[in-house]
Design a protein around this ligand. Structure first.
Ligand code: B12
Ligand code: SF4
Length: 427
């Protein structure tokens, strides 16, 4: 049997990161069906024509909502050509009935507990409509089939998060109870990674269990590889913050996206500003992934971000708030949603709900003004001098490799928005 797995293209350019979902699902497939022919396709890296695909079963990842129109279109085309298609990931889990309209089968939840059954049913020509993945312990996981040619690869060390931030999709898929991979498995996987840099994709790398995190970082000290991740400032602000940061730095952490600060609205509490400074003192470059345009934000929130970035000497990645289906926020914002179901607009650069104080255009305008400022060459260049000298040259090199494609993506989003605004004015 030939199985083809696809991670869809993104609307804007992204860092040269190998899609872990393909590598991991590939590993799971190899273990379940060692004789199957497996093809992993990433159009972000190597564009292909859908007409070239020939397989007995095609699995497509529907995890990033903005890609859903492409996922559905491609699935429809492949099914018309007689191929069976299975969809899985964050959005097929949140919207299974919608996904089923475009697929022979939908995997709801995590794939591990049902993937063998899916493959065997596909081989017998008897796929069920829905497969319900159960959360299993994270030991004895297959080794991902690593793809060649990428600058960065990724790992995960845990699933689940107890915090339940209203906007975040993580708990809808993985649940609230954290599950951890055995530390020795993570170390082995990191040692086996190609290249010198990797991405830890855990929702919050150090927010769930401080002791386990410090043990993990200590065990990774010998790996000599450098890495990036996502996390919060709460853990840093605890009395164990210094110990945590030292272990993180020794494990090779270069840079961390602070994307878990849900209530953040342009001002930071003193303790959190101190936590940012502490990270920098330990040689870690914090990036503030800030979500803007919330119904509780004021018009001047956007301007305050610039002042904060200057005060703290950090990069800021701004996004407009996206209410993801399956989250508490999506339910709360339902009465205000403007483009519900038009997933191509769910890219973090569009106004998706009405706002009590700002028009949709005003929020998008303010957002792009901030984007252009944050990703100006002047600012990117200036930030090279804000990255702690102790991580030269690896930290600086990795910053350029990561940030330039993101900058390119943000500029492309702006150009597209400008074009659309002009054509709307003409109408
Ligand atoms: C890595 C990553 C990226 C990479 C992707 C590129 C790459 N080459 O991998 C980058 C950094 C580019 C990225 C970008 C974006 N991302 Co992202 N990303 C992630 C992240 C951190 C890890 C995903 C991953 O690799 N997981 C590892 C795999 C093995 O696990 P998994 O995906 O959960 O898969 C399991 C199940 O979901 C299921 N499954 C998944 N797919 C499939 C497919 C099939 C066929 C089957 C059967 C099962 C299945 O089975 C798997 C095993 O159990 C997740 C957060 C997270 N921790 O999961 C966010 C996440 C997926 N991203 C998200 C978003 C929104 C984005 C953006 C669109 C953000 C934005 N607003 O602009 C951008 C795109 C910007 C652009 N450039 O256009 C959201 C998606 C939310 C949603 N409901 O849509 C997430 C969940 C983050 C969050 N906290 O909300 N992202
Ligand atoms: S935003 Fe971060 S802390 Fe909040 S639920 Fe998601 S992963 Fe957990």
């Amino acid at each position: 049997m030939k199985i083809c797995l696809i991670d869809p293209p993104l609307p804007y350019s992204s860092p040269p990161l190998a899609p872990l979902i393909l590598e991991y699902l590939g590993g799971l497939t190899k273990r379940a069906m060692p004789d199957a022919e497996i093809e992993l396709l990433d159009p972000k890296f190597r564009p292909f024509s859908v007409d070239e695909i020939k397989a007995d079963l095609v699995g497509i990842c529907g995890s990033r909502i903005v890609t859903l129109p492409w996922v559905y279109r491609t699935a429809d085309t492949l099914r018309k050509r007689g191929m069976r298609v299975v969809l899985g990931g964050f959005n097929p889990t949140a919207l299974p009935e919608q996904a089923k309209e475009h697929a022979d089968a939908v995997v709801i939840g995590e794939a591990e507990s049902v993937w063998t059954e899916v493959l065997e049913d596909a081989q017998r020509g008897k796929l069920e409509s829905f497969y319900y993945g159960r959360p299993l312990p994270l030991d004895n996981l297959p080794l991902p089939l690593r793809l060649p040619g990428y600058k960065f690869h990724a790992i995960f060390t845990m699933r689940g998060c107890p915090y339940q931030c209203k906007f975040c999709a993580i708990t809808g898929l993985y649940g609230k109870t954290p599950r951890y991979r055995p530390i020795e498995d993570v170390v082995k996987e990191v040692d086996a990674l190609p290249g010198n840099y990797y991405w830890n994709t855990d929702g919050n790398v150090w927010g769930c269990n401080l002791k386990r995190t410090i043990d993990l970082f200590t065990a990774l000290k010998g790996s000599k590889k450098k890495w990036f991740g996502f996390g919060d400032l709460k853990a840093v602000a605890t009395p164990s913050g210094d110990k945590l940061l030292k272990a993180a730095r020794d494990s090779g952490l270069l840079s961390l996206w602070l994307g878990c600060e849900e209530k953040f609205s342009g001002e930071m509490e003193k303790s959190k500003e101190d936590a940012v400074k502490k990270m920098k003192d330990h040689g870690i470059d914090p990036i503030l992934a800030v979500i803007l345009g919330k119904r509780t934000d004021n018009p001047d929130t956007f301007e305050r971000i610039v002042q904060l970035a200057d005060r703290l000497g950090i990069m800021v990645h701004p996004f407009l708030l996206v209410p993801y289906p399956g989250t508490e926020l999506y339910e709360e914002y339902k009465p205000f949603l403007l483009k519900n179901g038009q997933w191509e607009f769910y890219d973090g650069a569009h106004s998706l709900f009405s706002h009590p104080q700002m028009s949709d255009e005003q929020r998008e305008e303010k957002f792009f003004k901030l984007v252009l400022e944050m990703f100006s060459l002047k600012r990117v260049f200036k930030h090279l001098f804000e990255i702690p000298l102790s991580v030269f040259p690896a930290g600086h090199f990795a910053f350029i490799m990561r940030e330039l494609p993101i900058r390119k993506g943000m500029k492309a989003a702006y150009e597209k928005w400008l074009q659309n605004s002009k054509s709307q004015t003409r109408l």
